[in-house]
Design a protein around this ligand. Structure first.
Ligand code: 5RP
Length: 232
């Protein structure tokens, strides 16, 4: 396992430690959250945790929850979510995020926003001073609207690129059957305003800006040669 994967595992397990018996848990998407799902499953198998139910944010989360024995429920079966655990592609000093590296940000935003506590799990490489500095902003778009949405994004000063599949010919298709436009903005001075403006373009389903959603950031990093988990 690489050093970065070890940090992801450590932070994923630290988030899973915060889950208590009886909780309804939002299960995020991505390689860091995958460790949290694994850890919750292991705690259920060992009897350390009981009666936990997961709300998945993607096909990946469904597959992992089944693999690790976490019972799943839908949003129509619960009246609250106690805690959601999810990764991020960028985290700024105000705990605002860019998500969607796994094209799952639409379901993630629904589940993460509903949680009483949303815990973000990242390694230190995800911390940025300003959103958009290392990662393109994902925007989920209905397939028939890709061209007009791209033009509208250009008019806002963004450079749009249709996300293409890896080991799949053609574009990435989301779990909802839509496409993803990744947008380069030279800077994002008003993340809250941009989040709303993008979502107001006809044909846009959701974008990867998560403003005022995260409650706690758990950061896996190396300090004095040791792997630690820092809280923000
Ligand atoms: C998926 C996401 C992921 O949480 C984000 O891309 C981080 O993934 P990873 O933990 O693999 O770096 O937003 O849509």
């Amino acid at each position: 396992m690489s050093d970065q994967d070890l940090l992801k595992k450590q932070v994923g397990y630290a988030a899973a430690d915060r889950v208590k018996s009886g909780m309804i848990v939002g299960l995020g998407t991505g390689s860091t959250t995958a460790f949290a799902i694994q850890a919750i499953g292991e705690r259920l198998q060992s009897g350390d945790l009981k009666d936990v139910k997961g709300i998945p944010t993607s096909f990946q989360a469904i597959v992992l929850a089944r693999q690790y024995g976490i019972p799943l429920v839908g949003l129509d079966e619960v009246d609250h979510i106690d805690i959601a655990i999810d990764g991020a592609d960028e985290v700024d000093p105000h705990k605002n995020l860019i998500k969607g590296g796994g094209a799952a940000h639409t379901q993630e935003k629904i589940v993460d926003s509903l949680a009483d506590q949303f815990i973000v799990v990242v390694d230190g490489s995800k911390l940025v001073d300003k959103l958009g500095s290392t990662f393109l902003l994902p925007v989920e778009v209905l397939p028939m609207a890709v061209a007009p949405v791209s033009r509208a994004i250009e008019a806002l000063g963004g450079k749009p690129t249709l996300r293409m599949g890896v080991r799949k010919a053609g574009p990435v298709v989301t779990d909802q059957g839509n496409l993803v436009i990744d947008v380069k903005f030279d800077n994002i001075p008003d993340p809250e305003g941009l989040e709303k403006t993008l979502n107001n373009i006809p044909g846009v389903l959701e974008n990867g800006l998560f403003v005022n959603v995260a409650n706690l950031i758990l950061v896996g990093e190396i300090k004095d040669g040791k792997a630690i988990v820092r809280e923000i």
